[in-house]
Design a protein around this ligand. Sequence first.
Ligand code: FAD
Length: 536
Amino acid sequence: MLRVSEIRLPIDHPPEALPAAVAARLGVAVQDIAEISVFRRSCDARKASALVFSYSVDVALPDEAQLLARFADDRQVQATPDMRYHFVGRAPAGPGSRPLIVGFGPAGIFAALILAQSGFRPIVLERGKAVRERTQDTWGLWRRKVLDPESNVQFGEGGAGTFSDGKLYSQIKDPQHHGRKVLEEFVKAGAPEEILYVNKPHIGTFRLVGMVEQMRREIERLGGEVRFQQRVSGVHIEAGRVRGVTLASGEELAGERLVLALGHSARDTFEMLQQAGVFMEAKPFSIGLRIEHPQALIDKARFGTHAGHPALGAADYRLVHHCRNGRSVYSFCMCPGGTVVAATSEEKRVVTNGMSQYSRNERNANAGIVVGITPLDYPGGPLAGIALQRELESRAFELGGGSYEAPAQLVGDFLAGRPSRFLGSVMPSYQPGVRLTDLSTALPDYAIAAIREALPAFARQLKGFAMDDAILTGVETRTSSPLRITRGTDFQSLNVRGLYPAGEGAGYAGGILSAGVDGIRVAEALTRDILQAGPG
Ligand code: FAD
């Protein structure tokens, strides 16, 4: 097949216009096109006058080799790459020890799925509850201010991204097209097919819940096991090799290969791993506040006269500013038409994040406005970043009045350095509520200074961004893992054989898609290791 890119058509084009445009581009007759499928579609809203879709399509034609030769110098006409998933091998016959996977977020789900599809029968240990029960518990904090430290936004079936916007794109290098496998499995599990071809796919929280359940059933159908409310509280290491785990219940499980897909909030587990001698190191992450604007303002700033057009949906943004004090401030996890959510997993702490439904039709846009920090800001070893996160989250709890309400301030007041007393035209969406205050003590001074400098700079990129009534809510601390459980080229821990750190908590992913891809890579490395070890 051939991949033809940059086919541009007005957004209201009839279906037959696409094959006609492709045929014209290639100089062939429409009837010669045996098959056509859209690989990617993005909407170009840069020009105020015309709104166009830009397509990349895969087409099957009789004389592809000839055409490729004719378009040899044209980067927009190429052979379609093989994007099918290729398994690295099948599980050997016989009993063999079953791989253990800790955590059932995207990294753990995809590690388990690939291993199950390869004929291994992985055992997944997840500290939280199955997703339906977990949803009740998560809403318990949002509606009733009751936190279950083992079943919440961070912990439970589906992992941290289950109550999210479900954005499914990433900047990672992916030469083997593992991201495609992730998206295809999501579609099999119930995601809309469009995630395979739209430019910035998202699924919203509602669908994610059903998809996660469906993927669990598939893993079980293939012989895997997924156990909930099974917190791993100890790892057995003998002579530098994994031998098994202890669960919080006291149960012990033997295992020669252990995938740690913990997520970035498993602070107690990181402490346990450090005590067990597993090599870890501090890594950079970001801290900040979450900002809310009317979605209509963002739509107008991004799409101008096209704002509100159904083909465009709710606009997103991505902003970066490099500050005079050397810090960089950027927008993080932007959720168009969504809500700010309470995302703590620990008692008496407040953490913000964002989520939305597939429709993205809530009135506000929200995003983290975060400042990059490095271990130089939190010296003291691998766990020092966690100590800083905890300090900021506890302070936010107190600033919010000590009841899981979040501290908030209007942008105009934040920039002027005065506490907020009244809301303006923007209603905060954070549940269980916000308390208006002064956020200047919510973060270290350098971070407050950087955000104060960045907001007006962002307003120069996106008109209205620094509007007085926009709301800032604090604090955004769980942007990525503050540490890395470092692994070698064989994907195993640097000092413990059989231990496979995976996903965001281990420092190897930063989002649903990249965590899923990392889970696949780890499953492949584990498979290779088993196959190389041979029988017995
Ligand atoms: P997680 O998803 O964090 O999964 C780790 C799992 O391990 C958890 O279920 C946890 O309970 C379990 N676990 C931890 N310790 C133990 C233990 N000791 N024993 C047993 N189980 C344990 N990313 C995007 O790409 N797009 C988005 O739109 C998006 N929105 C988000 C919105 C919110 C509110 C949040 C919180 C995150 C969002 N993210 C988003 C980030 C995304 O969710 C994460 O990057 C992703 O889930 C990381 O996957 P993971 O599998 O590495 O870890």
